[in-house]
Design a protein. Sequence first.
Length: 305
Amino acid sequence: MPELPEVESVRRGVDEWTAGTTITGAEVLDPRILGTTSQRRIDASAVSGFVSAVTGAHILKAERRGKFMWLSLVEGADLSTADPVTSPVSRPELGILVHLGMSGQLRIHSPGEDIHRHTRAVLHLDSDRELRFVDQRIFGHIGVQPLVHGYGRLVPASAVHIAADPLEPAFDPEAVVGELAKKRTAIKAALLDQTLVSGIGNIYADEALFRAGVHPLAVPARTRKSRLVAVLESATKVMSDALAVGGTSFDALYVNVNGESGYFERSLTVYKKHGTPCKRCGTTIAREKIGGRSSHFCPRCQRRR
Ligand SMILES: [Zn+2]
């Protein structure tokens, strides 16, 4: 599952190719992509509704919060003459939300290029390019949503409950540490709670706890604040490090997406390293189920207190 660094790598590529373009048309090749994992039966009116909502819209930019990514849209505006700060037409009201799910990819193509057989939706752009959503297993989603205010900025309605992520300006580390310090669950579970801090998934939670030397079962309410600060700082750092290498695989007409490994895999210290020696102390890395998810940690570097 792509986490923040993987989604951000994709967002950067998508933004580079789509910001400032106008959508001249859209095709939904498989209506299931407009649904969600709990509802994949989509009627024809949803397809025509999607196509008419996006056709003629202007893409301001590709945005992201946590693992959510969207294209913010302005409808039918001539932005060539509009003042981006003061003009009301430049304020986006709709967004195209894109969930990559497990296997989703966004790719940029020229119009005549072969359509990959798992292509589910296509946006035609006035830049003579196409943004194609390819998703082999259909765990992903694309859809139009109103933008609403959530944690200091406009976000798609379904992301309104998602807290700011550590790489965005709206992130307030002191406030998050304050909230984290009230939690009586395992710190591993708290880090995965997207309403507290977004973007951290299983991989980076395990890596952050290792870097901070904190056991995944530590209870935040009984942990020193300086250690909670260290965990959040480690999460920010490890995701930044991953992003730095994830961004390198973007090339010409291909928007990179494979969230499963990327180049960061060789830098992982504990995630899925159970049974191998800790890089720091040589103790065998352990694995334990916490809150239904596998946690990987060094029993010596991350002692329970
Ligand atoms: Zn160790």
